[in-house]
Design a protein around this ligand. Structure first.
Ligand code: FMN
Length: 229
């Protein structure tokens, strides 16, 4: 055990290498086994996720745990059209896409079309009546509001990973917020944050594709040199 790990363990028993490994290996799951996810397991996941930070510690996340087949089918139907629109607008045609992009889009489309078969849909909302939005006057879409719910969602995904579960997040259902609100009886002043699919994975990719630190970090100012180790 390294010196840092000894210190971390003494401070609270955190297994630092496991924590870092989890951060570096949390892929969106594209294929799920046809196996139920027990309430007790889901409850454990949510029980860990609730320690996420939120502005003013308001904890405005609200979650519908959906297992009902009809509700999941409706969510799938609401999702597929915005997904196909998104693909057409952002990824272009089969002729212009790289092979890797084509494979990823095909995987995501297959998942969209069968997402009602994933055992659990967590429909995550943010109660806007409690959330602190400090950039509401900035003249652009708020980025701060989401900061009070997406750390919670990341925690859900990490805690699910610790149970061996796979997850995938989608925010495209926001285009159909009114329909989703009616479907799960969400109050008017809640905003739809995301749908998180949860199930036992068939397999998870071993290596995630992410840009290195130097591509997105500068030293001191954005007109200066890149930040390097
Ligand atoms: C805010 C947010 C919204 C996302 N929305 C979608 C979505 O609508 N559909 C989807 O298939 N994946 C969605 N994803 C998953 C991303 O596509 C995925 O994290 C990214 O492509 C990296 O893939 P990987 O984690 O499998 O490496 C979303 C992720 C985030 C963080």
């Amino acid at each position: 055990m390294s010196e840092r790990n000894t210190t971390a363990a003494a401070a609270g028993g955190l297994a630092e290498p496991d924590l870092v490994a989890a951060m570096r290996n949390l892929p969106g799951c594209r294929e799920y086994l046809d196996l139920p996810v027990e309430d007790a397991v889901l409850h454990r996941v949510l029980d860990s996720a609730r320690f996420a930070p939120s502005g003013g510690n308001r904890q405005g996340w609200r979650v519908a745990v959906v297992r009902d087949a009809d509700t999941k089918r409706t969510l799938r139907d609401l999702y597929v059209a915005p997904w196909m629109r998104y693909v057409n607008e952002h990824y272009g045609t089969d002729e212009t896409m790289s092979e890797d992009r084509k494979r990823r889009v095909a995987d995501a489309t297959r998942m969209a079309e069968s997402m009602d078969e994933v055992p659990v849909h967590l429909v995550v909302w943010l109660d806007m009546s409690v959330v602190a939005v400090t950039d509401s006057e900035a003249g652009r879409p708020s980025v701060v509001a989401g900061g009070s719910v997406f750390p919670f969602i990341q925690n859900v995904q990490l805690a699910a990973r610790a149970e061996g579960l796979g997850t995938r997040i989608t925010t495209l259902l926001s285009e159909e917020e009114a329909a989703v609100r009616a479907l799960v009886s969400a109050p008017q002043d809640w905003a739809l944050a995301a749908l998180v699919l949860v199930g036992w994975p068939v397999r998870l990719p071993k290596k995630l594709s992410r840009e290195p630190v130097e591509t997105f970090t500068w030293s001191e100012r954005f007109d200066g040199p890149r930040f390097t180790a």
